[in-house]
Design a protein. Structure first.
Length: 184
């Protein structure tokens, strides 16, 4: 496969001559998107998480959190990726980033982009707000957030309570949400 395109944060990026073992994580970082971090490089810490648009089984798409250290770049041919940089910016924080900031969900910050990505995937999960009540409600907050969505993300310094508080403070995505166009 000599060349193909991956859409990153809404912009098509041409890939030329990718080596089969180049990971999505290394390619993104080499391209300047250093928000995704390498922690373990073996799928156990979530520091490298990115959003990938996947079929939702109903003719639309949904955003899923994926560990970029485990994905080989050629497998992303034609796919759409959103990194932490594409979720929000310092002047326009995404609700997930805002809640993490105001509730003290970040200290050194190394894990934070990965948490933001995983939290955003759960934020946009359609069933979260349409059917928040669950019989196994012990893992679901009143806003429908399933805290298991963060079970692949490790933090070594903040402690998980402020991060959980941020997740449980999230509301419903507004209709004009720009990332929301990928949800339908
Ligand atoms: S660096 Fe990818 S899961 Fe840890
Ligand atoms: S804020 Fe330092 S590892 Fe999470």
């Amino acid at each position: 496969m000599n060349s193909f395109t991956v859409t990153v944060n809404g912009q098509p990026r041409e890939v030329q001559g990718a080596r089969p073992h180049t990971t999505l994580l290394n390619w993104l970082r080499d391209g300047g998107l250093t928000g995704c971090k390498e922690g373990c490089a073996e799928g156990e810490c979530g520091a490298c998480a990115v959003l990938v648009s996947r079929p939702d089984g109903r003719g639309g798409t949904r955003l899923e959190s994926v560990n970029a250290c485990l994905v080989m770049l050629p497998a992303m041919n034609g796919q759409e990726v959103i990194t932490a940089e594409g979720i929000g910016s310092p002047g326009h924080l995404h609700p997930v980033q805002h809640e993490m900031a105001v509730r003290g969900g970040s200290q050194c910050g190394y894990c934070t982009p990965g948490f933001v990505v995983s939290m955003a995937a759960e934020y946009y999960r359609p069933e979260r707000t349409s059917r928040p009540e669950r019989k196994d409600g012990e893992h679901h907050a009143p806003n429908g957030f399933d805290i298991h969505a963060l079970s692949g993300n490790l933090c070594r310094c903040t402690g998980y309570r402020p991060i959980q508080d941020a997740a449980h403070a999230l509301g419903t995505p507004p209709e004009d949400d720009t990332l929301g166009t990928l949800r339908t």
